[in-house]
Design a binder for this molecule. Structure first.
Ligand SMILES: Nc1ncnc2c1ncn2[C@@H]1O[C@H](COP(=O)(O)OP(=O)(O)O)[C@@H](O)[C@H]1O
Ligand SMILES: [Mg+2]
Length: 276
């Protein structure tokens, strides 16, 4: 699915009316099948951007186009059908605690199957092979029949990603998929996600907290700050200087990541003082 944002501004529904918009006149084009990572300090508008692309949040100005059509101009039934073509994976997947992993993963398919079928599958999970294959990509085969509330945070996050694969979506919008994973798991999970998206030629937009991992994995990096586009570049052109400018005054978020391959160039980092 091809995406286009034309001077889009958006604001969280709960934001104070006089607060600055979470997205400010944002311009972005993503080709069908492209894979893009969105980085930037907290509060930059990354999650809001995913919500706008998922048609979960209507822009206050500007236009969104998905495959050339403005979803907000479509009749309600068409908008619903369009929503079935993409999958938004939130940072903390909404998994009912007492559910079995297999059922939670199969819920990813819901837009594609009938209501009767989906209700039946709550009690008699069908498509177990499909769920097992998706879980195997995230090294979770042994958890197929485990209860969701017995899983660790990282396992739950990986179940959320397996669920995204079942959606067979043309557009995958994934919000900080690695925040609860240790580095080796994170690398493996991200590789599985990008590979699966590539196999189905789905467009993939992922917000990333781990900047070095984003640079290693994604060909294109979008840097957001205060709701505005700071850069939109091939990963190889995202220099340490640009990252410093992007995370200015929030360098601890950048430093919280694994060490960057390229040492940050000019400004020395503030020395941390411990007071007793
Ligand atoms: N629950 C909320 N209530 C009010 N305002 C919010 C809420 N969530 C986000 N915002 C506003 O939207 C801005 C962008 O937030 P968000 O898209 O979550 O950023 P990011 O994902 O980059 O951390 C925030 O700085 C805040 O002003
Ligand atoms: Mg966010």
């Amino acid at each position: 699915m091809k995406l286009s944002l034309d001077r889009v501004s958006a604001r969280h529904p709960a934001a104070r009316p006089n607060s600055p918009a979470a997205l400010q006149s944002l311009e972005l084009e993503v080709a069908s099948g492209e894979q893009v990572a969105v980085i930037g300090p907290s509060g930059a508008g990354k999650t809001t951007l995913l919500h706008v692309l998922a048609c979960a949040l209507r822009p206050t100005a500007g236009a969104v186009r998905l495959d050339g059509r403005d979803p907000w101009q479509l009749p309600r039934s068409e908008l619903q059908r369009l929503r079935g073509e993409f999958f938004l994976a939130p940072q903390v997947p909404p998994l009912p605690p007492r559910q079995r992993v297999v059922t939670a993963v199969l819920a990813g398919r819901l837009p594609h199957i009938s209501l009767a079928h989906s209700l039946r599958s709550l009690f008699y999970p069908t498509g177990i092979t499909q769920a097992d294959a998706a879980l195997a990509r995230f090294d979770l085969s042994d958890k197929l029949f485990a209860r969701v509330d017995r899983l660790s945070g990282g396992e739950r996050q990986r179940v959320g990603l397996a669920r995204a694969l079942l959606a067979q979506a043309r557009l995958l919008l994934v919000d900080e998929p690695l925040s609860a994973l240790d580095p080796s798991r994170a690398a493996q999970a991200l590789a599985s996600l990008t590979q699966a998206a590539g196999e189905t030629a789905a467009t993939l937009v992922t917000t990333m907290h781990d900047v070095p991992m984003a640079l290693r994995t994604f060909p294109r990096i979008v840097g957001l700050r205060d709701g505005a586009l700071m850069f939109d570049l091939p990963a190889a052109e995202v220099t340490a200087e640009r990252l410093h400018a992007l995370y200015e005054q929030k360098l601890d978020e950048l430093q919280g990541n694994a060490a960057l391959d390229e040492p940050p160039a000019p400004a020395p980092l503030p020395v941390q003082m411990h007071c007793r």
